[in-house]
Ligand binder design. Structure first.
Ligand SMILES: *Cc1c(COP(=O)(O)O)cnc(C)c1O
Length: 487
């Protein structure tokens, strides 16, 4: 194997341009339809980007989950899959990769990240328990609450600031942690949870320094440490980039250090290794024993855990590739390119650039749209109409109503434009930047949305909305004036 090269390449011009350190060998045709067709498609989708058919989508920036590009070695590995209910060699290859890359001996396979959350919550959380964490993830919170736990997000004051220079907005606030332990005692705190590259606050990492401090406190009090490692590669990459102590440390060693600090880790392979599936890993036999039978009950036998052996093979290769900086830097460097360009133009965006996507601040972008009219949903709609780019609303539509039927307004109204690994090119990124710039100039044309069909649970997936006026038509009209018959 060639020496592991860093993902960063300097340009003579001095410009910060991300460079693709891979070549494209299999491609999928995309459709950039005329704007009238896109308007019709979003109307049919109830002004909800989850309801679009990808034949109407140009750049699918909805999510990074299960949408990363696989490497040639991953695809090749699928041919050697060993079909066996029990004792499949595919599993042992995957277990070997985890032992090598994460440094953990015991591995439990599960069908995806949330399945790991189900097993861990059932095994360790009892009614009345309190779980401190840097920030929740939707499925994490749901499983913990289902088992009678209450989550406490003890992030630092910087975490929810849109514009920030703080390199580690995913850190845990040490004082808040101490106060929480003092208030509730250790008996009802089954574990403290760290989420790598904190998903819902803009893919923001935590530092090793913070991790060490939190783990020290946990050890003092005999509390277990759990790490959600779904976005671990990117967090390790940010540690190397942003934490002085580790600037010369290899990603491999940073990963080993991170896993060695906690008692238990779990991950979604949809993110980590560009496949499907997931896993739970630990070096503690007592923890493994507590979860083992739950895996056989809910997921499948211990050597497949609800996954196909082909996925398990690709996962093994994908986990090893997580130590390759040219792989894990790819998505963050494209995100940084877009975020820094938007920031320079004065377009409100979460800074510093994080993992998984570019997060537009929709309350800053559309200050005239009240939160009760869903600015993040409105911006997702508007961007789709004028560009065919599909983002995900992460604001009040993704929230719930209180007992009086009033919307509980989200902390932040974000439009997430996900950058799955090695999927988009630089010119596609520049196209997104160009259309966002045009939209920002014409932001006064964008109005709000209201629900016409609202499911009682997880309304953001299947809900249907409508615009509060004929603003989408006005937007189309202005687009045609400025772009003529361009797509
Ligand atoms: C995606 C994700 C999960 C859930 O994983 P699935 O495979 O989608 O079930 C859990 N935690 C984090 C941080 C994630 O990003």
């Amino acid at each position: 194997m060639n020496k592991d090269s860093s993902g960063k390449v300097k340009f003579f011009s001095g410009e910060e341009i991300p460079l693709e350190l891979h070549k494209v060998r299999v491609v999928q045709k995309l459709f950039l339809n005329p704007i009238n067709q896109r308007l019709k498609a979003i109307e049919d989708a109830g002004f909800n980007t989850f309801q679009l058919n990808t034949k109407d989508v140009f750049l699918d920036m909805l999510t990074d989950s299960g949408t990363n590009a696989m490497s040639d070695n991953q695809v090749a590995s699928m041919l050697q899959a060993d079909d066996a209910y029990a004792g499949s060699q595919s599993f042992y290859r995957m277990e070997g990769a985890i032992r090598e890359v994460f440094g953990t001996h015991y591995v439990l396979p599960v069908h995806q990240g949330r399945a790991a959350e189900n097993i861990i919550s059932q095994a360790f959380i009892k009614k009345g328990d309190v779980i401190p964490m840097n920030y929740h993830f939707t499925t994490t919170k749901a499983h913990m609450e289902l088992n009678g736990g209450t989550i406490f997000e003890i992030y630092t004051d910087e975490a929810l600031k849109i514009k920030s220079n703080n390199p580690f907005k995913g850190n845990i606030d040490i004082q808040k942690l101490k106060d929480l332990i003092k208030k509730y005692g250790t008996d009802c705190i089954p574990f403290i949870r760290f989420e790598a590259s904190t998903n819902l606050i803009g893919g923001q990492p935590f530092s090793i320094a913070n991790m060490r401090e939190v783990c020290e406190i946990a050890k003092e009090h005999g509390i277990m440490m759990v790490m959600d490692a779904s976005l671990i590669g990117e967090n390790a990459y940010f540690i190397k980039q942003r934490e002085e102590e580790f600037k010369n440390t290899s990603i491999k060693d940073i990963l080993l250090l991170m896993f060695s600090l906690v008692d238990l880790s779990y991950f979604s392979s949809r993110k980590v290794s560009s496949t499907r599936g997931g896993g739970i890993c630990t070096n503690r036999k007592d923890l493994f024993d507590k979860m083992r039978d739950l895996v056989t009950l809910y997921e499948g036998f211990l050597t497949y855990g609800g996954m196909s052996v082909r996925e398990i093979e690709a996962m093994a290769v994908g986990i090893r590739e997580t130590t390759d900086e040219t792989v894990i830097s790819q998505s963050p460097s494209f995100i940084a390119y877009l975020v820094n360009a938007l920031d320079k133009l004065g377009i409100p965006v979460v800074t510093p650039a994080g993992a998984l996507g570019c997060h537009i601040d929709c309350m800053g972008f559309l200050p005239h749209v009240p939160q009760t009219e869903y600015p993040a949903g409105a911006l997702a709609t508007a961007l789709y109409i004028i560009s065919g780019c599909r983002g995900m609303e992460r604001g009040t539509i993704s929230s719930v109503r209180d007992e009086n039927g009033k919307d509980i307004l989200a902390d932040v109204e974000l439009l997430r434009l996900a950058f799955p690994r090695r999927v988009f090119t630089l010119s596609q990124t520049m196209f997104t930047l160009d259309r966002l710039t045009w939209l920002f100039k014409n932001r006064n044309l964008v109005g709000g949305l209201r629900f016409v069909e609202e499911p009682a649970v997880l309304r953001f997936f299947n809900g249907r909305l409508e615009p509060t006026s004929d603003w989408p038509q006005k937007l189309v009209k202005q687009f045609k004036i400025d772009f003529g018959d361009s797509l």
